[in-house]
Ligand binder design. Sequence first.
Ligand code: AMP
Ligand code: MG
Length: 339
Amino acid sequence: MTIVINMRDGLDWRKIRVSGRLILEGKLVAFPTETVYGLGADALNEEAVRRIFEAKGRPADNPLIVHIADFNDLKKLAREIPREARLLAERFWPGPLTLVLPKRDEVPLVTTGGLDTVAVRMPAHEIALALIRSSTPIAAPSANISGKPSPTLAEHVIDDFYGRIEAIIDGGETKVGVESTVIDLSSEKPTLLRPGGLPLEEIEKIIGPVEVHPAVRGKAVDLAKAPGMKYKHYSPNAQVVVVEGPRERVREKIRELIKEYRSKGYRVGVMATEEFEADEFFYLGKTLEEVAKNLFKALRELDKKNVDIIIAEGVEERGLGLAVMNRLRKASGYRIVRA
Ligand code: AMP
Ligand code: MG
């Protein structure tokens, strides 16, 4: 049985208390954050955290992010808090930034995918913060079946988990649309492990140059650091093809590909920042912010329309574009067409 808790009109403390109690009882509660919906459980309760992995079908070595509502909670989770962590937290929390730090023994290895580091963030969403305050630090990966596009609407969570978790809090559409930026501060040099809702440029303004893990731009590699990177991700049932290159040439190439695939009898969907004639079309918006916000919804909606192929327009890799391209390339299984 899943209860869907409507909070689209804003925070409701009575409903929050009910949801917080479920978390404290070891139950699974999906909730909105500013990035995407999370599938939450008590981060320090091994049994509860194990259920997240089961429900998602998530490999046990893909670590979860622990969500906190108060900077003091970080001290209960991380063994060391370096200067960079304080600076970044002060500037960007609550917000779409996750910090990887050496973990305390109290944090179960189930939560960290067996690593001796813990990933922590403070979400910028009043429902998420209230839920944490009414319970405990909450471990939460994106609330999608492993390998599927992340959820940006409660409907997406309902599609994936109705009947399989205790509660889903509906807080409407998420604002950012891509997951948090993950920075590893547990080793010598700050390293970007996953681009996300906070642009790397913003982070570098505060702590200087950040190394970019090779898996961020290129193909997935085998990693001990961020095992999450090696798994299939964000994939709808349709085959995604990403078209990259100078804008004009990309448009031309998309038109060519639509013709080519349709002549072979495929149903073709296109997601782009300007209109195309195809079997199905999803307008992503003009700015990189809009594209990020609409990205996962576009993949899910085109999939529902039973297209065989989704052609996605590539965007510039600056600001939120780095996160957008990282998600699109993974969604395509690295089927990239250069225009
Ligand atoms: P999700 O919330 O589903 O986007 O997954 C969380 C992601 O955060 C993982 O796939 C990793 O990329 C990253 N992450 C979480 N914990 C750690 C950690 N201890 N070390 C490195 N990366 C982490
Ligand atoms: Mg995820």
